[in-house]
Design a binder for this molecule. Structure first.
Ligand code: AHR
Length: 502
């Protein structure tokens, strides 16, 4: 039987915040060095930014770009990363057991955002691992204060006359994780986050602040951590963070394809926890969610590789360079759908990461840049997923999974643009069977299918590589129709679909 749902503009979830299409630049592996920054590369500009990567970042449509970590930030000394580049210190990066040259720093990051274009917005993390309130304030003053103080004048002397205007700040990173340098208990972190937030607001009440939530739903402290941290910070922060990575485990592809079930459960549990704290505080304020790390990541493979790696502190080593298959892209698209389905509360999200490190964009030093399979769902969602998310109640055949029980074969959402056009984003989780889809359209003035684009392949393992960078790309599905207020489509097995109606 077909999968079905109804669209009606009277029933909406919320407006998509452009920040939902953020990504992440960490000083990790080759994300920065030989990723976005490679002086001497044939396409590099005078600042050493790779032009081929800039083009792909613009095409990807990424908006908010989180920086400089990640685990890296918990040992970060911001003052190492400013001033004349050849005078900056080399430092040990404990998080990734690498040597950080600081050749690329804060000013270069802001210059990179400007080059990406007006849609790019900074999202800066402060170090609450090895540092605290004072250093966060110093960074904020250096970055944002116009002039007339030692730190703002230092920025000006370094060549940045205009303040950076960073509004969105992360209060540390994954402070619940024992792997984090300077890891803390929820009580310790909640107090530090609250005092840092209070002080940052004293400097500028307009900053937007993200408190660290859990590193994943699987953390033992999950939910209790959020409740404790928010009890301290509720009136001082705007967001709580969520991080989640998914991978296929022991060949269980059916469960992997249903990863978004976990993501949606995670989001709903964090919303409930935020609202519970708000209720206890008798507050009318709502805390929103910053899903500032999400992706498919073969973490087990990384753990095995890093256990075997030599301990010799390399510069910009090849780390976390996952190559993504069509299957990975379908799961990735489904995660994107999960975020859109919760656009009322998830108002910031960052695909971790942007280049080379579990990334949609890959590069070769001195060589080309190319799009991974996951590039396409992100770029299409960032382009067409703007407007109001419509409430999609799915009626679908199901399939059995070990991890999540019975799961609908269809995962979908729909977004209505300001011009009245509607885009349906849909995933067929079936590995072997096509899935007919019928969508009843109520109260929508839609006359035609503009395009049905699908990402699927006879070979679910197909991927784009240095040798074959254009092996995988979306294709058009011709037979999709819109008649008498019903959209009819057939979703290919294991496919990501974008159906545009106008
Ligand atoms: O994105 C890779 C790493 O994953 C980040 O540095 C960290 O925050 C998370 O554990």
């Amino acid at each position: 039987r077909p999968a079905r749902f109804t669209l009606d503009p009277a029933f909406t979830v919320g407006t998509v915040d452009p920040r939902l299409f953020g990504s992440f630049v960490e000083h990790l592996g080759r994300c920065v060095y030989t990723g976005i920054y490679e002086p001497g590369h044939p396409t590099a500009d005078e600042a050493g930014l790779r032009g081929d990567v800039l083009d792909l970042v613009r095409e990807l449509g990424a908006t908010t770009l989180r920086y400089p970590g990640g685990n890296f930030v918990s040992g970060y000394k911001w003052e190492d990363s400013v001033g004349p580049a050849d005078e900056r210190p080399r430092r040990l990066d404990l998080a990734w057991r690498s040597t950080e040259t600081n050749r690329f720093g804060l000013s270069e990051y802001i210059a990179f955002l400007k080059k990406v274009g007006p849609q790019a917005e900074p999202m800066m993390a402060v170090n609450l691992g090895t540092r605290g309130v004072a250093e966060a304030l110093e960074l904020q003053e250096y970055a944002n204060h116009r002039a007339g103080t030692e730190l703002s004048e230092r920025r000006i002397a370094h060549g940045d006359k205009e303040p950076f205007g960073i509004r969105l700040w992360c209060l540390g990173n994954e402070m619940d994780g024992p792997w984090q340098t300077g890891h803390k208990t929820a009580e310790e972190y909640g107090r530090l986050a609250a005092e840092t937030a209070r002080a940052m607001r004293q400097m500028d009440p307009g900053v937007e602040l993200v408190a660290c939530g859990s590193s994943s739903r699987a953390m033992e402290t999950f939910a209790a951590w959020e409740a404790t941290v928010l009890a301290e910070t509720y009136d001082l922060v705007d967001y709580v963070s969520l991080h989640a990575y998914y991978e296929e485990i022991d060949g269980d592809r059916d469960s992997f394809l249903a990863s978004a079930v976990d993501m949606e459960t995670f989001i709903e549990a964090v919303v409930a926890t935020c609202d519970h704290v708000g209720a206890r505080l008798k507050s009318t304020k709502k805390i929103n969610l910053s899903f500032d790390e999400w992706n498919v990541w073969y973490q087990r493979r990384f753990a095995a590789e890093s256990a075997a790696a030599p301990l010799d502190w390399p510069e910009a080593p090849r780390l976390l360079e996952d190559s993504y298959s069509v299957t990975d892209a379908v799961v990735f698209g489904s995660l994107m759908i999960a975020l859109l389905r919760h656009a009322d509360r998830v108002t910031v999200a960052c695909l971790a990461q942007l280049v080379n490190v579990i990334a949609p964009i890959m590069t070769e030093p001195g060589g080309p840049a190319w799009r991974q399979t996951t590039f396409f769902p992100f770029a299409q969602a960032a382009q067409y997923g703007r407007g109001q998310v419509l409430d999609v109640r799915i009626d679908s055949p199901t399939y059995g999974t070990k991890a999540y029980g019975e799961v609908p074969l269809l995962h979908a959402t729909a977004v209505r643009g300001d011009d009245g056009s509607v885009t349906v984003f849909a995933v067929n989780r079936s590995q072997h069977d096509a899935l007919p889809l019928e969508v009843a359209l109520h109260g929508l003035e839609l006359g035609a299918v503009v395009e049905h684009s699908a990402l699927s392949d006879e070979d679910p393992e197909a991927r784009n590589t240095l040798d074959e960078p254009e092996r995988v790309a979306p294709h058009t599905v011709a037979a999709t129709s819109l008649r008498n207020g019903v959209l009819s489509a057939v979703l290919e097995p294991l496919s990501w679909n974008v159906i545009r109606l106008a």
